[in-house]
Design a protein around this ligand. Sequence first.
Ligand SMILES: Cc1cc2nc3c(=O)[nH]c(=O)nc-3n(C[C@H](O)[C@H](O)[C@H](O)COP(=O)(O)OP(=O)(O)OC[C@H]3O[C@@H](n4cnc5c(N)ncnc54)[C@H](O)[C@@H]3O)c2cc1C
Length: 403
Amino acid sequence: MERRQVLQLLAASASALAFAPARPASAAAATAATAAAGGQPRKVVVIGAGILGAAIGYELSKRGAEVTILDRAGPAAATTGDSFAYLNASTKASSRPYYTLNWLGMAGWHAWQNEPGAPLPLKWAGSVYWRDDAAKARQVAETLATVRGWGYAGQPVDAAQIRRLLPGVTVPGAPTGTFYPEEGSVDPAEAVRALLERAQQHGATVRYPVEVTSLIVEDSQVRGVRTKDGELRADTVVIAAGHGSQALAESLGVALPLTASTGILVHTAPQPHFLDKVVFASHNTFRQKVDGRVVISGSGHEGGGGPGSSPEEIGRGILASAAQYLPQLRDAEIERVSFGQRVLPGDSFPIVGFAPKVSQLYVAVSHSGVTLAPVIGRWAATEILDGARVDLLDEGFRPDRFA
Ligand SMILES: Cc1cc2nc3c(=O)[nH]c(=O)nc-3n(C[C@H](O)[C@H](O)[C@H](O)COP(=O)(O)OP(=O)(O)OC[C@H]3O[C@@H](n4cnc5c(N)ncnc54)[C@H](O)[C@@H]3O)c2cc1C
C-alpha cells in the first residue's frame, strides 16, 4: 500500500472513531441539547485563542453554534506560539488511553487538512530518534515495541538508514534509532490563525485584546463572561485559556491544578529547505518549518544555558550544541529565543469536559495540546451541542477528578 493511502486510511478510520456514537447524555448536557434544539443557535463564548480555543471555536462554528472567541492578548500569544508542535502519539506510550487520544489527534489534523478554508502549515514526513547512550537507546527501542503492539507505524533504523532519511543532517558515530513515518509537525501560530479564519468563515467572532475578568453565574449555571469592555451573555462558556484557566475556574470553586515548565527554543531566520522530518538526536531536537525557519531545542525539549545567561547567549549555546548535527546553522541568524511555559495539569493528563458544580461551564486544558487540538475541538463540540458524553474522555481526562 502506498504511503498516501496509509495516511488516508489513518484519517478515515480516525474520523469513523471520532464520529462513533457517544454514550447517553448526562442530565446537564441533555438540558444543553434541548435548549440548542429550541431553534436558536447555541451561544458559546470561548476564552482563549491558543490552539485549543481556536480548535473548539472552529468545530463549534462549523456545527452552527454562535461562537465568540476572546483573548486577552491575541492569537497564539501564549504557550501555543512557543510550542515545538510535533504531532505524535509515540511519546505517549506510558498510557494507552492517552496514546489513543493523541493518535486520534494526529488523524484529526489529516481530517482538517482536507477541509475547505485557510490552508494548514503541516508536514507529514515522519520523525527520527537516536540516542548515543545505551540505556536511553534501549528506552527508544522499548517505546517502539510498545506502540507497534498498538498498531502504530514505526521501524528500527541503523546509522546508514538514518543518514539516508536525513540527507541535510550530519549524523555522528554509528547510532541506531527509530523512524516513525506517519508523524508530523505544524507551524502552531500559523495554524491558529488559519483555524480562526475558518471559524470566522462559519460566522464566529474573534475579539482581542479582551480579557475575561470573571464569569457570570446565576442559579449555579454559567450565563456569560465579564470583560473590561462589558458583559457578554452565553448559553455555554468554554475555558481554554491555558495558564489563565486555573484562576477563572477556581474563582467558581472548580479545582484546576496546573503547573508550568519552561521549554526553550531557538527560532532561526528562514533557511533553504533541507529537512522535512522531526529529529530527536542525542543532544538536540529540531525541525524545519514550512516557512524555512528552523526550530531547535537542547536535550529533549529542554534547551540550555547557564544561570544569568541572556536569551542570545542561550540561543547561541543551543546552536553550538546543535552544530554537531547542523554545522550549516552554527552562525545562523537567530530571530527569537522563546521561553515557552508548558501547561501541565496536576497529573499531566488533559482536562476536558463539563466542570463539576457549575452547569454549562466547559474546560479544555492540556499539555500536547497541539497534537490533541482536533480531537479535543471535535469532542467538545459533540458534548456541548449534542449533549453526548464521549466515553474515551471518561478514561482519566475529566475535570471532576480534581474535585
Ligand atoms: C517548548 C514547548 C514545546 C512543546 N512541544 C509540544 C509538541 O511537540 N507537541 C504538542 O502537541 N504540544 C507541545 N507543547 C504543548 C502545547 O504547545 C500546549 O499544550 C498548547 O499550546 C496549549 O494551548 P492552549 O490553547 O491550551 O493554551 P495557550 O496557547 O496558552 O492559549 C491560551 C490563551 O488564553 C488567553 N487567556 C488566558 N487568560 C485569559 C483571560 N482571562 N481572558 C482572555 N484570554 C485569556 C491567553 O492570552 C492565550 O492566548 C509544547 C509546549 C512548549 C512550551
